[in-house]
Design a protein around this ligand. Structure first.
Ligand code: PEP
Ligand code: MN
Length: 279
């Protein structure tokens, strides 16, 4: 028995041994984990009606089906912009109704799960919350997909065990998101662990999404890492795009301008086709 197979045994629900075929999560016409490359894009935070509708309309016209945008922001400093909160959720709900886009947004704690769940199609668990077991347990009771980001210092085993917390509560619609881990390197915000993508594919049947924005912290590195992630076998990407990154209230340095995102999209179509996926 090889080491990988030995390690797989603790993963009772998300383990590849439990289910040979990859999980496909279907939301409306969009599926995550199949032949389609899932694209999630949008600003780090919902900042205003104008900002959100401008970028959402742009992305919709480019064929993106899932809009990202935080209403509750987990900031390192309590003095930084914390998100528009309820007003942000209201705007995200309008995006769903008026533009027909699917929405992914972060849920920070178990107390706000219901209000956040009502305003989105996918609940995001952020890196800082990957081991918030009370939150994970409550998400296990929902009938809604969850994107579980890797903790910034979490091992692959800890990450998969966090997925087990959600799944053991009864929610099997979990996708895993590699968003970079802490290393000694400081030129990049984090270090993208691309090897985690094929590793998770060996260990688990859950879809894998890559977030090159938080993994690098630099917009100039995002396109290359998006393409590398697709080649590594990612089922989807989550990318920060802002109409005016220099004015963004959070994560402007890693946000792509819309036109840069469009160029990336053209390139990604070719890269995805090479791996047998479509956009
Ligand atoms: C985000 O997606 O804006 C975010 C805060 O990401 P992470 O939890 O990976 O830091
Ligand atoms: Mn961000």
């Amino acid at each position: 028995m090889n080491l990988v197979a030995e390690k797989a045994s603790p993963f009772k629900l998300c383990g590849r041994e439990q289910k040979r075929e990859g999980t496909i999560i279907t939301i409306g016409n969009t599926s995550i984990g199949g032949r389609q490359l899932a694209l999630m894009a949008g600003p780090c935070a919902v900042e205003s009606e104008d900002q959100l509708f401008a970028i959402a309309t742009y992305l919709k016209n480019k064929g993106v089906s899932i809009l990202r945008g935080g209403a509750y922001k987990p900031r390192t400093s309590p003095y930084s912009f914390q998100g528009l909160e309820k007003e942000g959720l209201r705007l995200l709900n309008r995006i769903r109704r008026e533009l027909g886009l699917l929405v992914i947004t972060e849920v920070l704690d178990q107390f706000t799960i219901d209000e956040v769940a009502k305003s989105c199609d996918i609940l995001q668990v952020g890196s800082r919350n990957m081991q918030n077991y009370s939150l994970l347990r409550e998400l296990g009771r929902l009938d809604k997909p969850v994107l579980l980001k890797r903790g910034m210092s979490a091992t692959v085993e800890e990450w998969l065990m966090a997925a087990e917390y959600i799944m053991s509560g009864g929610n099997s619609q979990v996708m895993l998101c590699e968003r970079g881990i802490r290393t000694f390197e400081t030129y990049t915000r984090n270090t993208l662990d691309l090897s985690a993508v094929p590793l998770i594919k060996e260990l688990s049947h859950l879809p894998v999404i890559v977030d090159p924005s938080h993994a690098t912290g630099r917009y100039s590195l995002v396109p290359a890492m998006c393409k590398a992630a697709v080649i590594a076998g990612a089922d989807g990407l989550i990318v920060e795009v802002h109409p005016s990154p220099s004015e963004a209230l959070s994560d402007g340095a890693q946000s792509l301008l819309p036109e840069k995102f469009s160029t990336l999209l053209t390139e990604l179509k070719e890269v995805a086709a090479f791996t047998g996926k479509s956009i």
